[in-house]
Design a binder for this molecule. Structure first.
Ligand SMILES: Cc1cc2nc3c(=O)[nH]c(=O)nc-3n(C[C@H](O)[C@H](O)[C@H](O)COP(=O)(O)O)c2cc1C
Length: 428
């Protein structure tokens, strides 16, 4: 029987997701000065929980308060914020959905605002508007500590009542930096051949499994490819997935790209760095990674979710029915319409508005299709700001603000982040 959006999904660990719609991670930036969850998380996740999606993934929660992806990230190093986490977990599952915590270390993608001296697999700096410091090579003992930190954060997430965890292995964050030969120049056991570059990922999954036990879902978000010359390739991704089969995970989420190559949000790639000729859905700027998923799906023994660009019910239904994936991941639309999953599930919503296509500096070379780096970067940051603004408004029980432009939204986001960074009790 071909799968339908309304079908439940039983995971390898035995847990059941009530339907096939997943809200993918979107960083909230709503933590307090102690990096703890707040009532604003509750307001936001209550809306999403009652919105019908079977699975909600939180924005990335940091494992180390010295290194943030964004000021306002929740950080879990110990049980000091447990009560707030418990409230978040409870509220975020009121609707009968699953709520999984995304767990992350930004590596070199930690802005100077949060730490001028980030760490990474090696010292390859992220050159993006001068916002990121040159990273320091991690010592082997520090890598071992990071592995334990992923596991500790996961264990506390479970204790707080989250129903699963997802390790962020995509989008150029630390695990992804280890996977990519561009950012991983090591020659020790953590670098060089793929089996070494994948060691941080695989060991972190194993350590996490040890602490959370067999019946608790562990997911990985992984790039199908980095879309960067010399970066992590589709063939390498396929190989890593065969290793993930062995260590045992419950859901693989496929995405792609990074801050430098923002394919994750549907931005046009550099042709020379695009591996597969795009099929029609990709040309229509819908379901950006389905072409890549075919090869991954052939080897994956765990359920597969794909995130990026899904907007029409027909494309979602077709992909599910054809067995190309098991779950439909979506992010940005949930910031604009927290209840959209209901309409997709009962068929009353045929088309999710592709709002992002209007969120650009202008037509043609000023749009997402621009191959000009600075245009892509400002548009991406502007879009992130625009969707962040909508999430913040839901969190503050306010109606959406569709009229804000991407530049004002970006400026507002940067100002808020600066203020939040300054207010933190921990200063790097
Ligand atoms: C405001 C914003 C915040 C995001 N934060 C995260 C994050 O914390 N973790 C993550 O894996 N992806 C993050 N993403 C990427 C999304 O999860 C998703 O991969 C991307 O938006 C493409 O999916 P979509 O076309 O359905 O929006 C974020 C995207 C946006 C717009």
């Amino acid at each position: 029987m071909p799968a339908k959006l309304t079908d439940a999904l039983t995971l390898p660990c035995g847990q059941i997701i009530p339907n096939r719609i997943m809200k993918s991670a979107m960083t909230e930036g709503l933590a307090d000065a102690n990096d703890h969850a707040t009532s604003r998380h509750l307001n936001l996740y209550r809306r999403w929980s009652h919105g019908g999606a079977g699975l909600l993934i939180t924005g990335n929660v940091m494992i180390d308060r010295r290194y943030l992806e964004k000021a306002g990230n929740v950080v879990i190093e110990n049980e000091s914020g447990l009560e707030a986490l418990q409230a978040w977990a409870k509220t975020g599952q009121e609707g009968g959905n699953q709520l999984w915590m995304q767990i992350s270390h930004p590596g070199r993608q930690c802005a100077k605002l949060n730490n001028k001296q980030p760490v990474s697999a090696s010292d390859v700096q992220l050159h993006l508007a001068g916002g990121f410091g040159k990273p320091r090579w991690l010592e082997s003992a520090e890598i071992e500590e990071i592995i334990q930190r992923y596991a500790t954060t996961a264990e506390i997430a479970k204790k707080a009542g989250f129903s699963g965890v997802q390790l962020h292995g995509a989008h150029g964050y630390l695990i992804s930096q280890f996977l990519s030969p561009v950012t991983n120049r090591r020659t020790d056991q953590w670098g060089g051949p793929l089996e070494n570059r994948a060691r941080l990922l695989l060991r972190s999954v194993e350590a996490t499994r040890e602490r959370v036990g067999k019946g608790f879902p562990i997911s990985i978000k992984l790039n199908s490819a980095d879309f960067q010359k010399g970066g992590f390739t589709l063939d390498e991704c396929v190989q890593v997935v065969t290793w993930l089969n062995e260590v045992g995970i419950d859901l693989l989420e496929i995405s792609g790209g990074s801050y430098e190559a923002p394919q994750l949000m549907g931005f046009a790639g550099d042709k020379a760095k695009t591996e597969l000729p795009p099929r029609q859905s990709t040309l229509d700027r819908e379901a950006y990674f389905l072409d890549y998923t075919q090869a991954i799906r052939k080897v994956a023994t765990m359920p597969v979710a794909v995130t990026g660009g899904f907007r029409s019910l027909r494309v979602m239904q077709d992909a599910l029915a054809a067995g190309e994936l098991d779950m439909i991941g979506m992010s940005r639309p949930f910031a604009a319409d927290p209840e959209l999953a209901r309409g997709l599930l009962d068929g009353s919503l045929q088309q999710v508005p592709a709002i992002e296509q209007d969120k650009r500096l202008g037509p043609g070379f000023l749009s997402q299709n621009s191959r000009i780096g600075i245009v892509k970067m400002i548009t991406m940051q502007g879009q992130v700001g625009w969707f962040a603004e909508q999430m913040t408004r839901i969190a503050d029980n306010q109606p959406p603000n569709p009229d804000i432009g991407i530049l004002p939204a970006m400026i507002k986001m940067v100002r808020t982040e600066m203020k939040t960074a300054k207010a933190r009790h921990f200063q790097a």
